[in-house]
Every structure is written in structure tokens, then in C-alpha cells.
Design a protein around this ligand. Structure first.
Ligand SMILES: C[S@@+](CC[C@H](N)C(=O)[O-])C[C@H]1O[C@@H](n2cnc3c(N)ncnc32)[C@H](O)[C@@H]1O
Length: 231
């Protein structure tokens, strides 16, 4: 995946199977990790919370539970098809009316400077075509003193765990995707992991964007990580 149009078209294509395959890919754990990211972002009642690369809406809906009846969540993604699924889910969810779903590029956010109280991004940073620009936009729209939490997959440093990760990609994820007719679309995961910056590099990128108190927390034996920082 080299340009934004191919990323957008890939996620539109896999939208119908995205939620089911997430279950397989994470061995059913992804919602726990997403809740961890939400907790680190520290959404307060009555606040304006932003979920970047919101996809089918898991994290935005978790934020909606936290911001309460006077808060608003903005779920931003450029995949029309995933946003349609998010809207359908929100219509059935308890606090779904607290989320505004916005079709936009996270590299050029349609928000004013210093307008958001906190932000999350789950499995998005590995897919954007320009990580420094993505962090710069995040920095621009957050209010001073507010926090972001970015969850994503990683290549673990432990060779045994790394071997297990590659095994489950090859033997669980790709076969499951193949059964649903999406072999090529899911083959992108391994190369995207190989070129994704390490936790330490992500800390440096976030600091270069202007953030302070930046920490990267490895989770799930280093197969996942959450980058947390403050503007
Ligand atoms: C792996 S999915 C993650 C979806 C959701 N956050 C989750 O955790 O289930 C990555 C998402 O990033 C979105 N995305 C990638 N680059 C984007 C960009 N530049 N602007 C907006 N959305 C983008 C894709 O459309 C896709 O929905």
C-alpha cells in the first residue's frame, strides 16, 4: 500500500468482513486493548473526544460511553463503507447518538486548532501514508494539556513471540481471510508491520510533532502497543 487511494479502496473492500476478521486477528482480545487505549486517552464527561481512523466504530462508541450526555465524539475515517457500518451500529447502540461520523482524511482534519479534549487512534497509524503529518494534525487539533492514545500492532522484539505472531498471521488470519475471499487484502498486514516504526521510534516521532510526556506501552507480549502523549 503506497498511496492514500489504495488504502481507502482496501478498507472499503474489506468492510463487510472487517469486524469478523478482527476477532480472528486478535484472538478475540481487540476490544480489551481498545478499552485500554480509551482509558489512557482519559475522556472526561462533557468533553469533545476524537477517534481517528474510526473504521466500523468500536472505539468511538467506547468513548461515547465515557463523555456522557453532554459530550461529543467525532469518529473520522475516509472509508465510506466502514463509516456506513459504524452509523448502523451507532443507531442500535445505547449512546450512539453522541457520535458524529465524519468522512475525512486524518492527514487534513476538518477541525479548528486546539478544539479537542482528547483523542484515540486504533490500528490507524500503521495505515496512514504519512505518520509525521498525522501526528502534526493530531497535535494541531488537541487543546493544550490534552492526551492522545494510539493503539496498534507491532513486531515484538522477542524472537519466540515474533515467530508466533507470524505463525498466526499465516495460519489463522490469512486462511480466514481467504475463506471470505480476501486473501490479497489481508496479505498487507505482515509488510505493514515490518515497516511500522518501533515503540521507541514512535515516541521520537510524537516528540518531534510537539508532544510531551510521551510513553509507548507494549502490551500482549509486544504484539501490540499503545503510544500515549500530552500536548
Ligand atoms: C485497521 S482499520 C482500524 C479501524 C478501527 N479504528 C478499529 O480499530 O477497528 C484502519 C482504518 O484507518 C482508515 N484510514 C487509513 N488512512 C486514513 C486516512 N488518511 N484518513 C482517514 N482514515 C484513514 C481506514 O479507512 C480504516 O478504517
Amino acid at each position: 500500500m503506497t498511496n492514500a487511494t489504495s488504502v481507502q479502496s482496501l478498507f472499503n473492500t474489506i468492510a463487510p468482513v472487517y469486524d469478523r476478521l478482527n476477532q480472528v486477528l486478535s484472538l478475540g482480545q481487540h476490544k480489551i486493548w481498545k478499552q485500554m487505549a480509551v482509558k489512557w486517552a482519559d475522556p472526561k464527561p462533557g468533553s469533545q473526544a476524537l477517534d481517528l481512523c474510526c473504521g466500523s466504530g468500536d472505539v468511538a462508541l467506547m468513548l461515547a460511553d465515557r463523555v456522557g450526555p453532554f459530550g461529543t465524539v467525532y469518529g473520522v475515517d475516509f472509508s465510506f463503507d466502514l463509516l456506513d457500518i459504524a452509523r448502523e451500529r451507532a443507531a442500535k447502540a445505547k449512546n450512539g447518538d453522541r457520535v458524529q461520523w465524519i468522512q475525512a482524511d486524518v492527514l487534513a482534519l476538518p477541525f479548528d486548532d486546539s478544539s479537542m479534549d482528547c483523542a484515540t487512534m486504533s490500528y490507524g497509524l500503521r495505515n496512514v501514508t504519512d505518520i509525521p503529518q498525522s501526528l502534526a494534525e493530531l497535535y494541531r487539533v488537541l487543546k493544550p494539556g490534552s492526551t492522545f492514545a494510539i493503539l496498534d500492532m507491532h513486531r515484538p522484539s522477542n524472537p519466540l513471540v515474533r515467530g508466533f505472531q507470524q505463525w498466526y498471521l499465516d495460519n489463522l488470519v490469512v486462511p480466514a481471510a481467504k475463506q471470505m475471499g480476501f486473501t490479497e487484502e489481508y496479505a498487507y498486514i505482515a509488510p505493514s508491520l515490518d515497516r511500522f516504526p518501533t515503540g521507541k521510534e514512535q515516541v521520537q516521532l510524537a516528540q518531534a510533532a510537539g508532544f510531551s510526556q510521551v510513553v509507548h506501552y507494549p502490551i500482549a507480549e509486544g504484539t501490540m502497543g499503545v503510544l500515549v502523549g500530552t500536548k
